[in-house]
Write a protein that binds this ligand. Structure first.
Ligand code: F6R
Length: 634
């Protein structure tokens, strides 16, 4: 939710570029371009130039701001802040776009998150005589910051100690989730930022420093990053990065090197990030498997701060996640219970906290989050920790908040996922969750080492099989294009095929704005079959006939049931499964694998189907309407 970028470079030597080679505006716009997936309701930038704040902002996608800047250019500058918005308080209008400029036009502020106590603060500020232009909670924070700034003694120091102090004091008064960035006309080389429950990363350059909601905000310029802790304020200039807590006590961040570069975040010749990321999947699974086991199949995790003895006493696992990540969790449940014999629940993070869940020190919480910043999941993990549970994060974003606040971490190495709807992270999450299941089974002695080795060997073959599905994508693409006028699609699956069906339906809703539902095939006769009428498309994920026979034949019966009532049946089945042909209008074959690994293959045609159908309808598959990549508000 909302992308934030900040820049402090070295003073221009010749009036056209900074000594570090960058104009603030170029850095900000490049950062916003990369962060636009976080929100695209409006965008804005402010730079400090000639002792003033110069600002442009525009409702709509970044392209609107680019046009505005072309029509009305900003002056050269070495310092600035930029924002791309996902609206929470106040509609997506020019007026509500960030930055918000206060203090007689001298202070510019941008914000990500929700300030929960904005109403009483606003009342207090209105009472003091302040007026407000926008409907946002951000403007309240900006006015408060300006008010505190003015109350402090004047400060001529270049590093803007007065602005830093004002930010510390203002942050103490704010409740909720916020990343705030501020630039002031009186401090031309300084950007000050603050964070609570909302992401912020520092980028370390040579004669320049950066701030970003995540590293993609500055990846074109540096791969050296510093992750900030909770409730910290950071002040950057071209030469310095100073971190404190909200009281002003010096604090430290953790420096790390980003293990991907700008090229990895580009489209690699694909027309969209979505298509690129679907094609990244063999690599995403392969990278997630890499280096996790030795020659005997013995597994290790990235960061394990839980004693083996504690893990041996775990008597319940709760998987916490939202959306696509929750479907990955539902797939993983089948494997974890099968391999570890530990009761495993999968719960939507936002439901978990509010139902008084039974959690204690024998509960293992496994959170799944691509971004590592999903507020619902973060809050659920925090709640579980408070109840004494141990927490393992499966996450795709190094240095993000959820892994930082967890007892153990297993990173998915899918690389940056830019398209708003998740694809490669889903497959990488299933892979990582399987590794965790095998790790627990190894530790607790539920499986023999040889059995673990066999599963790992099957997993190792998956990337090549995904590549095979991708190579044979024309048939599914043609079908998708022929269905551009469809208004509703149902998806059916059983066992691990059930969450795959739900994920297929979610992709179609998100990308093509088509009504779609995923059902457990066995549930059909308990109600949903009433939806079937002549021509209703039904996509069925069929398990391998080589697995438990009853499962396969039951699903084939389900296909027959809907077909008998007029459904148009589209089937995803295993290569060689001829039994489905008689009951399906279209059959798409995926390579053979074990039942538990089949979701890593069966999901891929469903992603291609949704993506292609959305493109046939002329939609932007990278930035579907109303969505944002990283949901950092509850
Ligand atoms: C759907 C999608 C979302 C996310 C969900 C959780 O395509 O991307 O449903 O899966 O918002 O996000 P993370 O995994 O970042 O916690």
């Amino acid at each position: 939710m909302c992308g934030i970028v900040g820049y402090a470079g070295t003073a221009p030597a010749n009036g056209t570029s900074t000594a570090a080679g960058h104009q603030a505006l170029d850095v900000l716009m490049e950062g916003l371009r990369r962060l636009e997936y976080r929100g695209y309701d409006s965008a804005g930038v402010a730079v400090v130039a000639n002792g003033e704040i110069a600002m442009r902002k525009k409702a709509g996608k970044l392209a609107n701001l680019t046009a505005e800047l072309a029509a009305s250019p900003l002056p050269d500058s070495m310092t600035g802040i930029g924002h791309t918005r996902w609206a929470t308080h106040g509609g997506p209008t020019d007026k509500n776009a960030h930055p918000h400029v206060v203090d007689d036009g001298r202070l510019a502020v941008i914000h990500n998150g929700i300030i929960e106590n904005y109403a009483p603060l606003k009342a207090e500020l209105v009472y003091q005589g302040h007026t407000f232009i926008s409907d946002t909670d951000t403007e309240v924070a900006a006015v408060l910051l300006g008010e505190i700034y003015r109350s402090l003694p004047a400060d001529e120091s270049a590093d803007g100690a007065r602005l830093t102090r004002a930010m510390q004091l203002a942050s103490q008064r704010l409740e909720g989730a916020f990343t705030l960035l501020a630039a002031h006309a009186a401090h031309p080389g300084t950007v000050v930022a603050s964070r609570r429950n909302s992401p912020l990363v520092v980028g370390l350059g040579d004669g320049e420093n950066f701030l970003g909601s995540d590293v993609s905000g500055f990846i074109d310029y540096t791969r050296r990053a510093v992750e900030l802790g909770q409730d910290q304020v950071v002040t950057i200039t071209a030469a310095t990065v100073a971190i404190t807590d909200f009281r002003g006590e010096p604090a430290e961040g953790r420096e790390y090197l980003v293990d991907w570069d700008a090229a990895a975040a580009e489209k690699d010749g694909f027309p969209s990030f979505m298509e690129k990321e679907i094609h990244d999947q063999p690599e995403a699974v392969a990278q997630t498997l890499l280096g996790r086991s030795d020659i005997d199949g013995k597994l290790t995790l990235d960061e394990m701060r839980i004693d083996a003895d504690v893990l041996k006493t775990v008597n319940k696992i709760i998987v916490l996640a939202c959306g696509t990540s929750a479907y990955a969790g539902q797939v993983a449940k089948y494997a974890i219970e099968h391999w570890c014999r530990i009761p495993t629940e999968v719960e939507l993070s936002h439901e978990f906290r509010y139902r008084d869940p039974i959690v204690d020190d024998k509960t293992l919480i496994v959170s799944l989050s691509q971004s590592g910043e999903t507020m619902d999941t973060l809050m659920a993990v925090r709640y579980a920790r408070e109840q004494g549970a141990k927490t393992v994060a499966i996450c795709n974003t190094n240095g993000s908040t959820i892994p930082r606040e967890s007892d153990a971490v297993l990173y998915t190495h899918a690389g940056p996922e830019i398209a708003v709807a998740s694809t490669k992270a889903f497959l990488a999450q299933i892979t990582a969750a399987y590794l965790l299941g095998l790790y627990l089974a190894q530790l607790r002695g539920n499986l023999f080492q040889g059995q673990i080795k066999d599963v790992l060997a099957d997993l190792a073959k998956v990337p090549a099989k995904i590549a095979q599905v991708l190579e044979n994508d024309q048939q599914i693409k043609d079908l998708a294009r022929s269905m551009a006028d469809t208004s509703s699609v149902l998806f059916l699956g059983r066992h691990v095929g059930f969450p795959v069906a739900m994920e297929g339906a979610l992709k179609l809703k998100e990308l093509a704005y088509i009504h779609a539902e995923g059902f457990a095939a066995g549930e059909l006769k308990h109600g949903p079959i009433a939806l079937i009428e002549e021509g209703q498309p039904v996509i069925v994920v069929v398990p391998s006939p080589r697995g438990r026979d009853s499962l396969h034949s039951k699903v084939v019966s389900n296909i027959q049931e809907v077909r008998a009532r007029g459904a148009k049946t589209i089937v995803i089945a295993e290569e060689g499964d001829e039994s489905v042909r008689a009951h399906a209008e279209h059959v798409f074959y995926i390579p053979e694998t074990t039942t538990l690994l089949a979701p890593l293959l069966a999901t891929v045609p469903l992603q291609i189907f949704a993506c292609e159908l959305a493109m046939a309808k002329g939609y932007d598959v990278d930035q579907p309407r109303n969505l944002a990549k990283s949901v950092t508000v509850e």
